[in-house]
Design a protein around this ligand. Structure first.
Ligand SMILES: C[S@@+](CC[C@H](N)C(=O)[O-])C[C@H]1O[C@@H](n2cnc3c(N)ncnc32)[C@H](O)[C@@H]1O
Length: 352
């Protein structure tokens, strides 16, 4: 795909915190970049040209369509670069990387969903356009939001809305959903949004019509938190993040035990695309960056990276979470809630 059509979402896609990601990951020729959430390839396209000659880009995504788009974009941006595609959950990456004999010098996880996924009414991620109540990022995954909404006992439903959406009216919303489904299955996003709004009521969240003020003073639709909660539950987003962080922690501990130098492992051509010689999926000195979009994601990242830094097995590359400046939020509204944290593993040879 040399010249993507203007209607191609990848062609219109703007990645969040582009300069900040490049600065923290600091890609060099010959290195291997692992993109845990390839999406439309926005970050990978920025990084790939800096890896040549000899570098490798490993793309991973739950969504096969996005994975193919990201691959095409990377191949167009850095012709001839080695690209590996992995379709799956990033929680499984450490195992899959080892099975394929791959190891990364840089890792990015840009969490959540991409603009084309949320814009596609057929995926049911948004209440802005009516669509089936699906919400799966991987369309081959077994559970849809409709199944949760129509089958979970009321108390469990309230628990999901509270834990994953921090919805203060969780019990009221769950009760409304259970009453509504007794009349017939809830199968569309518009149906669910209207049930949630009716449970919360226009006055429920105080300000704005059926909504409330968010961090940036923007009105948030009353259904936002419930939709977020169901999306997180359907895709086990926090479970995947926890498993991924544990794998980073294990790898960092091994690197830390093998050498306490948290400087860069090697400069220049480190033989990108090579197989893992350390028995680990992260190479010594690997830089790991995670971009979170809400506090439920950012909190475990903060805790995990902070713990590793306290143990002295990583160097913090971000003292505070990096957020977008006004110039970026002005043209990319999604960047408003982005928070990036990054660390560098110790450069000593890691054990197996
Ligand atoms: C915010 S987008 C990434 C955008 C990308 N950085 C870019 O610039 O184009 C998030 C992507 O991560 C994918 N995703 C979300 N959770 C995932 C998981 N647990 N494992 C793998 N991919 C995941 C989504 O399918 C989506 O394509």
């Amino acid at each position: 795909m040399q010249n993507p059509a203007p209607s191609d979402p990848a062609a219109r896609h703007v990645p969040v915190l582009p300069a900040e990601v490049l600065e923290r990951l600091d890609p060099r020729p010959g290195e291997t970049y692992l993109d845990c959430t390839a999406g439309l390839g926005g970050h990978a396209v920025l990084i790939a040209p800096r890896l040549v000659p000899g570098g490798t880009v490993i793309l991973n995504d739950l969504d096969e369509g996005n994975l193919a788009r990201a691959r095409a974009s990377v191949e167009a941006a850095a012709p001839g670069i080695r690209v590996e595609s992995i379709h799956g959950n990033f929680a499984d990456l450490p195992r899959v990387m080892l099975e394929r004999g791959l190891a990364a010098d840089m890792v990015l996880a840009d969490l959540g969903f991409s603009s084309n996924q949320v814009d596609d009414a057929g995926r049911g991620l948004s209440f802005r356009a009516d669509g089936p109540l699906d919400m799966r990022l991987d369309p081959s995954a077994p559970i849809t939001a409709a199944e949760l909404v129509n089958t979970l006992p009321e108390e469990e439903l309230a628990d999901v809305l509270w834990r994953f959406g921090e919805e203060r009216a969780s019990r009221r919303v769950a009760a409304k959903i259970v009453a509504a489904r007794a009349e017939g299955p809830i199968s569309t996003t518009a149906q669910l949004a209207s049930i949630v709004r009716s449970a919360i009521g226009f006055a429920g969240h105080g300000r704005g019509k059926g909504g409330k003020r968010g961090r940036q003073g923007l009105t948030i639709d009353a259904a936002t938190r419930s939709f977020q909660a169901l999306r997180i539950a359907v895709n086990d987003e926090l479970g995947s993040l926890a498993a991924f962080l544990e794998a980073v922690e294990r790898s960092a501990a091994r690197s830390g035990a093998a050498g306490t130098d948290t400087g860069r492992a090697t400069g220049g051509d480190t033989g990108g695309g090579r197989h893992s010689t350390t028995g680990d999926w992260l190479r010594p000195g690997a830089r790991v960056a995670i971009i979170a979009f809400h506090s439920l994601e950012d909190r475990p990242v903060k805790r995990s990276f902070g713990g590793l830094a306290e143990r002295g097995v990583v160097e913090r590359l971000t003292k505070r979470p990096v957020v977008a400046g006004e110039a970026e939020t002005g043209h990319n509204p999604r960047a408003r809630s982005a928070k990036m944290r990054a660390v560098r593993l110790a450069a000593g040879e890691a054990g197996g």
